[in-house]
Design a protein around this ligand. Sequence first.
Ligand code: COA
Length: 327
Amino acid sequence: MKSTVILGTGSAAPDNILTNFDLEKIMDTSDEWIIQRTGIKERHIAKPGEKFSDFALPASRQALEMAEIDPVDLDMIIAGTLTPDTLMPSGGCTIQALLNADKAAAFDVCAACSGFVYGLAIADRFLKNDPDLNILVIGGELVSHHMDWNDRTTAVLFGDGVGAAVVASRENQGAKILSVEMQSNGKLGELLYFAGLGSEHPVGREDFKPEYNYISMQGREIFKHAIRNMVEISGKAMQKAGVTVDQITKVIPHQANLRIIEMLAKQFKKPLDQVFINIDRYGNTSAGTIPIALDEANRSGFLEKGDLVLLTVFGGGLTWAAAVLEW
Ligand code: COA
């Protein structure tokens, strides 16, 4: 029987690396504090002029190449991002044009860090209805353009990068998506806030303040909600997939804070060598964390045939999601 599968993955990030020591020179922070409190050592930061599509395009091409799918055969492009090149055309449409994926419907999903897994959920539901579709799901950000480099509580945490996956319906091919669950709580939305180009604070109006263009976060509050909700939604996804936590062999968690990852590993009773961690090299790339980690885990051999893999993510909105894959 056919089921939704991932056929290929890809990822890309800016060449420019910003280390904790570089940050020490521009704000009141230290390598020691950042490593101890977050696990981050360095992050990729776009240079002025670099944009979302500069990284979403190579990530997509890699995923398509691995999947052996021609861009002209794509039916849909879903981009989970808060930071497309432009709001209109959407990030999905920009990539559609660059790929010459002429028959695809393309759009963005605005679910902050959860954007990629939300995109997987949408792709899965479409494929259950129409198994002939080929869908490209992208997730990632150029979040550094929206950092207040005077705000040490948030600026040290984030980095830029994009990942992608090609999703289709197949029998005996690719990594099966057994379940994808998602949830939100808009009532707590202000804990992680980015006014951006929203209609509440139109750019250019006399009362527009620079901070509307920056991401801000109440870190301690978010920390608690992140753990609680990722554990809960992971339980739902495992139940839906018909697997127990003991059967899960690999975990790919959102890369927001090493302490959160370690607490999740403890909750799921998994040794850290079964948990994929790259936060030390990327920081939090928002919607990019899961697809970049998935691609690195795939290409490095961390994921082995037969693995039952749990993806779990939490982000602004608030939004959270989890998926179970059979590799
Ligand atoms: N460098 C040095 N000191 C810093 C600092 C920095 N970059 N940022 C904050 N501090 C200071 C604070 O000012 C505070 O000082 P005080 O005690 O004198 O007031 C102290 O460090 C502790 O701050 P606190 O915010 O309590 O730290 P924390 O242990 O909660 O860690 C986060 C902060 C942001 C790393 C952590 O809360 C976190 O990761 N939150 C969740 C992020 C997340 O999950 N995001 C997911 C959605 S994207």
